[in-house]
Design a binder for this molecule. Structure first.
Ligand code: TYC
Length: 150
């Protein structure tokens, strides 16, 4: 985001002056690095915000870097023994699917061998896989659930 403010009437800000008068206003309330736009320094030693002839009097605000979490696809695998109804109930319970959607996914897995239950951040995917596997083991079904990086 580009910040450009007049120097008057902004009491919470500090104003930088050079030979041309007020040229930059810095928000002193935030711990965010600020630099003058339009020039990142050069071999003459005019660093960012250093007051070279390239100064535009505009301040840029560097955003803290944010990373989106990696996503993981949770897959259900077919087998010959787990009852269809059990798979449908697991899809409804663990993946919050409607009865109709759960039935559709179960039949897809039954016919194709594998099917997607959802895509989630790592820890959510891991928890769902664990819930499916624990429920299957407790009920002595060989149902398998895995996750893969999207
Ligand atoms: N193939 C199983 C059956 O015929 C049903 C089933 C569907 C099992 C999906 C696992 O992930 C699965 N009883």
């Amino acid at each position: 985001m580009l910040l450009r403010f007049a120097s008057s009437g902004l009491s919470a800000m500090t104003t930088h002056f050079d030979e041309r008068g007020p040229c930059a206003v810095i928000d002193s309330r935030e711990d965010v690095p600020l630099r003058l736009a339009g020039h990142d320094g050069d071999k003459e030693g005019n660093g960012p915000g250093g007051g070279s002839k390239y100064d535009t009097g505009t301040v840029t605000k560097t955003r803290p870097k944010t990373k989106r979490p990696s996503l993981y696809r949770v897959l259900l695998l077919n087998d010959d023994y787990t009852p269809m109804e059990f798979v449908v109930l697991v899809l409804q319970d663990v993946f919050n699917k409607s009865r109709e959607e759960a039935m559709r996914i179960m039949l897809h897995v039954h016919n194709q061998g594998v099917g997607e239950c959802g895509i989630f951040p790592f820890e959510v995917a891991e928890t769902k896989v664990t819930r499916v596997m624990d429920t299957a083991r407790k009920n002595q079904h060989p149902l398998q659930c895995v996750m893969e990086k999207e």
